[in-house]
Ligand binder design. Sequence first.
Ligand code: ADP
Ligand code: MG
Length: 348
Amino acid sequence: MSEKKQKLTEISELGEFGLIKHITKDIKINHKNTIKGVGDDAAVIDYGDVCSVVTTDLLVEGIHFNLIYTPLKHLGYKAVVVNLSDVYAMNAIPKQITVSIALSKKFAIEHVEQIYEGIKLACDKYNVDLVGGDTTSSLTGLAISITAIGEAKKENIAYRSTANKNDVVCVTGDLGAAYMGLQLLEREKEIFKTNPGINPSLEGYDYILQRQLKPEARKDVIEILKELNIKPTSMIDISDGLSSEIFHICDKSDVGCKIFQDKIPVDQNTEKMAEEFNIDPLTAALNGGEDYELLFTIDIKDLEKIKDHAMIHPIGHVTGKEHGAVMITNGGQSVALQAQGWNQMKKE
Ligand code: ADP
Ligand code: MG
């Protein structure tokens, strides 16, 4: 790197999303069967009868996980699940993964075995084959990168860019729990650091801890949508908080959106923890991360079909772009949603 005279720009000037946009803006697609490149949860490659979808996520020690409170087996499991979530978000079925790891000297063979126990458990549960990867050393800490490959018929693939005005906006499960789980783990870590004699008090917090340490991908929702004969008009998985994902759909689909605060699903365990921390549970749902639920839009004619499904919640509807992305609060006010998310690289 010759940096003598050239003025360099800090990555924090652009943030994560800005950086991705910047580095991918003039990428050329040379193959006709690359029908989706950068810009969705997964790329899509058209093979005639079926399409392949491909997605990668990289988890880095100290950034995405802290080994003080993350069991290695859980880490392996989660590293698979976060990728499968992106495959399901395309309305596709994951079939294969590759796993690449970088290991520093502090890791023994037994540690790597534990990571792989988790990886294999997730492969069994989600019926995917581990078909390769790469192994290398690292100067500091652990990194795991997983690539997942899935399959879907071309006409069934759900993109971020195809939501239509008046569609119903739906989310699955509940939001904000993984974020509250992380807050709890961080609190207990700090207590333990100053007072190593005190055991962490994690009892009674199973739900939020499980949501943080051992998340699941919404395979079940993809199966239900198929059974109900619903093709979402657009879809994304919720990895960076509801607000941020709504923004991606609105941005890519060129639409606006109105959601209602009282419709946003938050579990009572999340509410309880939020109260203890003096955090608004709504903030955890909108701007927390790692829920791995699905956010999707459906044609209004399909609304009737989902009404008996307790895990699918209509939370609003798609509007014209000129209205922006707004939330109607319980007090009836209209507030603009903020696209914060986990934009770790951006200056505060
Ligand atoms: P997700 O949260 O669904 O994993 P990301 O926000 O990580 O998606 O990425 C958004 C899009 O940018 C995806 O299509 C992804 O493949 C692409 N992308 C991210 N980083 C890079 C990179 N370094 N080079 C090329 N494409 C990238
Ligand atoms: Mg995603």
